[in-house]
Write a protein that binds this ligand. Structure first.
Ligand SMILES: [Zn+2]
Length: 278
């Protein structure tokens, strides 16, 4: 299995610093994992959205290019709907199918999609400290640029408030990046070992049929997940994705069997679609 082609493909609106910030953070956390290695060299490409939005073929090219790497889309709603929708199938099965008159081609396109966006055009909707200036229908139109099926395919969805100056100065002790990195590398190595005889190498890539085998959970955890399914009307696709995220949470916590707290965290990590999109 070739897992040596690590690429970061960063896009965002012009003069936006977000993608650079995310890149630095991702490199710090992921640099020594076997799948993403700075030492083997990462090609950093930056593409302005006016080029990215041209055709779905460009989207496909980017997806193939970032195979086994990270694709970061800053200001997600700024992309054309057609471009975003072209991500759906590759995110689901890890392949890009290109059909032209001259024939068909199928390429591997497995990557980690990371995206960021504001909750409304002015960026303050839901903020505890700043007032939102947008009308309800403007917010609705803005959020509607991200379709339900695309949202469904994003495993972890986290809401973040603006960082205040006093928080940057550090009011409380937080884990440093090196400590987090060690945990990530250990969990990643655990997965490489667990899936050594499989055609995939990490939890996110686990096919549907692998869930029963690899996502064993305690009775309490299963009951919690089933209850959440009924309460939040969770689809089968979302159910599978929660199981895989819970597997990762359990790996990070050193749990061989998924515990109720692992399921609770996995559900919490994707509550954004419930708050803003329903
Ligand atoms: Zn607003």
């Amino acid at each position: 299995m070739n897992i040596g082609k690590e690429q970061f493909f960063l896009t965002g609106i012009q003069n936006c610093e977000g993608e650079k910030l995310i890149f630095v953070q991702l490199c710090a956390v992921l640099s020594t994992t076997r799948c993403i290695s700075l030492r083997r060299g990462i090609l950093i490409d930056y593409v302005e959205p006016q080029y990215v939005v041209v055709t779905d073929v460009m989207t496909y090219y980017i997806l193939c290019f970032t195979w086994a790497g990270v694709l970061f889309l800053d200001e997600l709603p700024e992309y054309q709907r057609q471009t975003l929708e072209a991500l759906r199938q590759p995110l689901e099965d890890g392949f890009v199918n290109v059909t032209r008159i001259s024939g068909q081609a199928r390429y591997q396109s497995r990557c980690m999609l990371v995206a960021s966006m504001n909750p409304c055009p002015c960026g303050n909707h839901g903020s505890k400290s700043k007032p939102c200036r947008c009308k309800p229908n403007e917010i609705k139109r803005y959020l509607a640029r991200i379709s339900g099926p695309l949202l469904d395919r994003i495993d972890i969805q986290v809401e973040m408030d603006a960082v205040e100056l006093e928080d940057i100065r550090g009011k409380q002790e937080q884990e440093d990046t090196v400590t987090v990195q060690k945990r990530v590398v250990a969990a990643r190595n655990l997965q490489l070992e667990r899936y050594r005889d499989e055609s995939f190498f990490c939890n996110a890539q686990m096919p549907q049929e692998g869930i029963e085998t690899y996502c064993a959970m305690e009775a309490g955890a299963r009951a919690m997940l089933h209850s959440a399914m009924e309460k939040f009307h969770i689809s089968m696709r979302t159910y599978s994705r929660i199981c895989k995220v819970a597997r990762t949470v359990a790996d990070l916590s050193g749990h061989a069997i998924i515990q109720p707290q692992d399921i609770a965290e996995a559900i919490h990590l994707r509550n954004l679609d419930g708050r803003y999109w329903r």
